[in-house]
Design a protein around this ligand. Structure first.
Ligand code: 0GY
Length: 297
């Protein structure tokens, strides 16, 4: 049965009591993909949103970070907040330097606004191509935004689904700087890991040295359900092949999840299956995200 937040009227998509992980992340591990929702009374959701979540603010996120044995967060602006980044920025400012952010902005945002987000800890902008989440933005406007944030050293995060990869490839190749693909480009994990579909993404990673990816969201990509055995080969292949260009995140509070409420402790345990050595774990959880988000630290 769907769990409804009585305050926002939105769906509560996160597990109420995640397990204590059996896997101990290396010291300084970063959850490089998570979100904050509201609280709506302080930070209202966007009128143009495609879903309404329950309140899941910064205090809950930071408590989860500590519970899971993680040290830092990268908070990605979720579509339910549109281009109003204030809940995310507020969380960065409250984090004591332990969180960085990825914003969603309009191509005509002022330089002053970009500067103040940079000062708060924003290090990238997200371009969302998932049609069920956002109305389409012309690619030339995304390119303009991408060029504008280069002076700040920010990177680009792109979110799309595997059937759109072929069409998006020329655009991805035009983007300046580091480009991070959310959730491995959302492969269909019922297809072979060494087949042509995932092969297209692997080939792009191989030909674009500036392309990174998040080996995140087994809970979203799985067809088999927990413990997400069917997603492991996809994640592991990327971690082992592109070790210095992969990131990991919980995706808490799991926007829009319908099938189940993922146990975030189980998601942490899953890391040992996709990054089986301590060297791979350190690259995935510490070295890579620190290089991308805390290079000045
Ligand atoms: C994710 C996944 C989703 C939602 C968003 O911005 C968002 O609303 O990213 C999704 O529904 O697939 O990356 O957290």
């Amino acid at each position: 049965m769907t769990d409804i937040d009585p305050v926002t009227g939105g769906e509560v998509t996160w597990h109420p009591s995640p397990k204590q992980p059996d896997f101990t992340p290396p010291a300084g591990a970063v959850d490089a993909h998570c979100h904050v929702f509201g609280p709506a009374a302080e930070f209202p959701f966007a009128p143009e949103r495609k879903y309404t979540p329950g309140d899941a603010g910064k205090d809950k996120l930071f408590a989860l970070r500590d519970h899971l044995g993680l040290a830092r967060n990268v908070i990605v602006q979720a579509s339910c907040h549109g281009k109003d980044n204030s809940a995310m920025v507020d969380a960065l400012q409250a984090s004591g330097g332990l969180a960085r952010g990825v914003a969603v902005v309009s191509h005509d945002i002022s330089d002053d606004e970009l500067d103040s987000m940079d000062a708060a800890g924003v290090r990238g902008v997200r371009f969302n191509f998932v049609k069920r989440l956002v109305d389409a933005t012309p690619r030339e406007l995304f390119l303009r935004t991408a060029e504008r944030v280069q002076r700040l050293g920010w990177h680009i995060v792109v979110y799309f689904e595997a059937p759109d990869l072929a069409d998006l490839t020329p655009f991805l190749k035009e983007l300046p700087g580091i480009v991070v693909v959310d959730h491995m480009g959302r492969p269909d994990v019922t297809r072979p890991v060494d087949g042509p579909d995932f092969g297209m993404f692997i080939d792009l990673m191989a030909t674009m040295p500036n392309l990174w990816t998040k080996v995140s969201c087994p809970e979203r990509l799985t067809a088999a359900g927990p413990p997400y055995d069917d997603v492991v080969p996809f994640q592991k292949h990327l971690v082992e092949t592109f070790t210095d260009r992969v990131l990991w995140g919980t995706d808490w509070p799991h926007p829009n999840m319908k099938s189940h409420k993922p146990d975030d402790g189980m998601l942490v345990d899953h890391i040992a299956r996709i990054a089986p050595t301590s060297a791979l774990q350190r690259a995935l959880l510490v070295d890579n995200p620190m290089r991308l988000y805390w290079s000045e630290a």
